[in-house]
Design a protein around this ligand. Sequence first.
Ligand code: PLP
Length: 356
Amino acid sequence: MATTYTEAIKIEKSESTKINTVDFNNLAFGQVFTDHMFVCDFEDGKWQTPKIVPYQPIVLDPSAKIFHYGQSIFEGMKAYKDADGSVFLFRPDENIKRMNISAKRLAMPEIPEAYFMNGLKELLKVEKDWIPTSEGSALYIRPFMLATGQGFHASPADAYKFVIAFAPSGPYFSGRVEVLIEEKYSRSANGGVGFAKAGGNYAGQFFPTQLAKDKGYQQVIWTDDNTHEYIEEAGAMNIFVRINDTLLTVPTSDRILDGITRKSIIDIAKADGIDVEVRKIKVTELTEAAENGSLKELFGAGTAAVVSPIAGFGYKGKNYELPVLEETFGARLKKRITDIQTNKSEDPFSWRVKVC
Ligand SMILES: *Cc1c(COP(=O)(O)O)cnc(C)c1O
């Protein structure tokens, strides 16, 4: 099946390449795009011929439903090239599964796994030279789907576009990150779309995040929408807490995105002999642990940064600083995971997928 499909991808090559204009030693995150993209349209109740075409604008009718009703979902993943030039993905089946969980929740058509995977692999073969190899760099992959169907009626569209675009990206330096624990706004609610990678979730985060930035914080720690007493996520990342030598993270739910980095960290930490607990965490547990010195680390986990350490947090007008440690669980787990991703170590979990 898979091969039949691969042969069916229509490839239209770009007449020129931008690759020589790119400074691969100074790549920002998601700002430079490769020469081609993968596109597949859903029309007349089915997915049409998948194509690889030159990277180009998407032209839509002003009544396209994406503009009015926000049917838009996406994924975030990375490809890595090792010293021998082999190309790898990290747990791509998890991204495909999650894309379709998001699609279902937003009443969008699910993408056959083979369409997603073969399209991605073929595009990677075309754009192989764009995969950066310097330490901490990778090819960021953005699969997304939007409602192209027309009409002002508030109902699901009858046409969609699935696209995969690539952005070579350098190491992610966040600098010193202080976060504000949110007491008023919510990222998501029970019965909502928080577990989906839906574009609107992020639009709703920008304003409260800007308010936190105005107060001198870089990011928001989201709390539960009902009581604001329990921590949920760190910006658009899952959250980890180290109290003494125990690593804690909160269970996923309707409101919390099931991050692939999160579950990989849990497995690696356990295999490394770290005591891991997955349970609800009260904000007061954090403030008390910060006060009695048992709070050692706080970090976000997601594909872009892998691990993003948090230096301190604000809550109810008070700031709490975390200790500066020589050796952190965060740095250790980040190295373990990136070594697997970039083929620098064994892959005991069989997470790495060789593309070419
Ligand atoms: C994408 C995302 C994450 C992290 O997921 P990964 O699969 O690890 O990249 C966590 N929280 C939110 C809200 C996200 O959108």
